[in-house]
Structure formats: structure tokens, C-alpha cells
Design a protein around this ligand. Structure first.
Ligand SMILES: [Zn+2]
Length: 142
């Protein structure tokens, strides 16, 4: 009912070697409908952020559109190449050190404070001996 529709257009796109189906052109960029955009190659800014990525200065390569069910209004969102995105927080040597420390901390049993020389289960953070002790206590309490 008066809703704007977009015709299918088979065209060259930046994210694939061969031509792909699009919904025409919007602001000079290929237009894709919600659901037909390749989610492994293209992402909106929000989707990038959800993956701890940022556009990294690149221009959007396509426009995604969808329709709000309630208002019936069409919305548009810029799509970026995931391949050209960069991590939000770049790895620095200091972070590597922090990560190594965190990995070491992960091996220290939170009950006896010893390093059992294997990575502890994240659910318990205990070595097997302490875990078994805790289990026994739990059974006594039950
Ligand atoms: Zn322990």
C-alpha cells in the first residue's frame, strides 16, 4: 500500500568476485534488503561493534534496508566490509603481558592458591582436589 519497493538488480559488488543480486542503488551504493546481505562479508556499524570491530576509516560499500513492522517505515543502514574492519582495541605489548598474566591467574586454584600446572575449568577455577572437596561438602549439606 504505497510502500516503496526496490527491484532486483544483478550487478558487480565490492564484496564478491562475480555479480550479485542487489535491490538497486541507494546514495550511489548497492542496496541490499535485510536477509540477502552476506553476513559473513558485510556488517553494519552496530554489527561490527558487536564483533569488537570498527570500520577503520573505510567508506560503506553498500546500504542495507529493512522495514519497521510497527511503523511500516523503511530504514537504511550503511554496510561495511568485515575484511577491512579493525579491532576496536588494538593489541599492544602491554596488553599481551596483561593477557599472559590473566592466563596465569586462570591456572591458580582459587581455593588452595596453587598452580596445578593445567588450566582450571572456568566454571570452578579450582584444581581437581579442591573441586572434589567442594563436591563432598555439597553432598553433605544436601
Ligand atoms: Zn586447589
Amino acid at each position: 500500500m504505497g510502500a516503496k519497493t526496490f527491484p532486483w538488480v544483478f550487478t558487480q559488488v565490492p564484496w564478491a568476485a562475480g555479480p550479485q543480486w542487489t535491490r538497486g542503488v541507494h546514495d550511489g551504493l548497492p542496496l541490499l534488503s535485510f536477509g540477502c546481505a552476506p553476513r559473513d562479508k558485510l556488517a553494519t556499524y552496530r554489527q561490527l561493534r558487536a564483533m569488537d570491530l570498527r570500520p577503520n576509516g573505510q567508506d560503506p560499500v553498500a546500504v542495507l534496508y529493512g522495514r519497521h513492522n510497527e511503523s511500516g517505515k523503511t530504514w537504511f543502514a550503511s554496510l561495511y566490509l568485515i575484511a577491512n574492519a579493525a579491532p576496536v582495541r588494538p593489541m599492544t605489548p602491554a596488553k599481551h603481558t596483561a593477557l599472559a598474566k590473566a592466563n596465569l591467574a586462570r591456572r591458580i586454584c582459587r581455593s588452595c592458591g596453587k598452580d596445578p600446572l593445567y588450566v582450571l575449568p572456568t566454571s570452578t577455577r579450582q584444581c581437581w582436589k579442591c573441586f572434589e572437596d567442594t563436591e563432598d561438602q555439597g553432598q553433605q549439606a544436601a
